[in-house]
Ligand binder design. Structure first.
Ligand code: EPU
Length: 351
């Protein structure tokens, strides 16, 4: 167990995949639950806000930095229970998500294979119900153990209690209440189900009629790489936070209104009858092209939904460009894009 240590003015840019933004006023690396409690008590004593940081792959830090205490979740540990059919893994928040997926696939277990190649740490995955290529965390998550910041006690939430939706959960809606400490996933020894995502189905068909979990992982990694959605030191689009905007979900009437004037509008009907639109498509049809640049930032050359930092830039540049894109989509389609990454150290009205 490492000692609890708070440091001042710690650079956050190198701790995020966008590599932008200023310093944390106070910074703690929490390697166990007690460190998280100590960090909260420290912040409370000084009446400072607390920000929890995982792998930094879905955040944009402001150039002014983050006031208060930034707690980086760095606890490591995996425990495993096998009943012959299903295997439950309990992982601490600081475990690497993709190492977990790679190990599970290596054991031939199914449930998370389409979530291959996603950067970041396990503790962040339930917050926005991470999803890709037809599945999401909510499909395999059993429970979340979190620290309740009010009572300083641990609480366990079932999947239903997490209230998962598209890129959303109870944790995201009550951001100042819980710190995720551990997450349990139930994986299966039986064969993977047929992937539902059309692009993945097409790519897999070229590979195998009965794809294994390893085939699915490899195919997803290839697709993600082609969109610069796997972090690769040689990729000029590597400094990003993945998708910069959520895919907007609109009413059926709204989708029909847009489709009546825009041929080929991609539409994905949701269980509740509403329709998910492809933000990347809306962006491109609004005149924002892949590879477009504004100073040190721009659109990825491989995916219209990823904003990238080319080095030497400021968070403000990225924010200005994001506003420009949002305004273009708003004026063309009447749809307001909502950012997907968490904005740290900004006013709530920043974007
Ligand atoms: N499209 C374009 N231009 C592009 C890329 C895509 O018009 O440059 C259109 C196409 O019509 C395409 C559709 O958008 O069929 C969907 O594109 P894609 O399959 O790449 O998915 P996405 O909607 O852009 C979402 C997630 C990704 C996830 C992929 C795959 C969100 C906000 N993003 O992206 O998650 O990997 O699906 O399932 O839901 C992330 O959240 O950071 C992330 C990378």
């Amino acid at each position: 167990m490492s000692a609890f240590c708070i440091t001042e003015n710690v650079a956050l840019a190198p701790r995020t995949t966008l590599e932008l933004g200023g310093n944390a006023e106070h910074f703690v690396e929490a390697t166990d639950d007690a460190h998280v409690v100590e960090a909260i008590r420290f912040a409370e004593a000084k009446r400072l806000p607390i920000t929890v940081l995982g792998g930094g792959s879905n955040v944009l830090v402001s150039d002014r930095g983050v006031r208060g205490v930034v707690v980086a979740m760095r606890s490591r540990g995996v425990s495993k229970k096998d009943d012959g059919h299903n295997v439950c893994f309990e992982l601490t928040a600081g475990e690497s998500w993709d190492d977990f997926v790679a190990n599970a696939v290596g054991e031939g277990l199914s449930g998370v294979e389409t979530l291959s190649g996603i950067p970041g740490l396990v503790g962040a995955t339930p917050i926005q119900n991470v999803g890709a290529y037809g599945s999401e965390i909510a499909d395999t998550l059993e429970r979340v153990t979190a620290l309740d910041r009010l009572t300083k006690s641990t609480v366990t939430f079932s999947r239903a209690e997490c209230e998962f939706r598209y890129r959303d959960s109870m944790f995201k809606r009550t951001p100042d209440r819980y710190v995720v400490l551990r997450v349990t996933f139930r994986l299966s020894r039986t064969k993977p189900g047929a992937p539902r995502y059309a692009e993945l189905q097409r790519a897999l068909a070229a590979r195998s009629a009965t794809p294994s979990v390893a085939d699915i992982r490899e195919t997803v990694l290839t697709l993600r790489r082609s969109k610069s959605m796997v972090i690769d030191a040689n990729d000029p689009n590597r400094r990003s936070a993945g998708s910069f905007f959520l895919n907007p979900i609109v009413s059926k009437q709204e989708a029909a209104r847009i489709a009546s004037t825009h041929d080929g509008l991609p539409q994905f009907e949701q269980e509740d009858g509403r329709v998910k639109l492809a933000a990347a498509w809306l962006i491109e049809k609004s005149g924002i092209t892949k590879g477009m640049r504004r100073g040190h930032v721009g659109v990825s050359t491989n995916h219209a939904l990823a904003l990238v930092h080319h080095g030497g830039g400021r968070a403000e540049e990225l924010l200005l460009f994001a506003r420009e894109i949002r305004a273009a989509v708003q004026s063309r389609f009447g749809v307001t894009l909502v950012p997907e990454p968490v904005l740290l150290g900004f006013d709530s009205s920043a974007l």
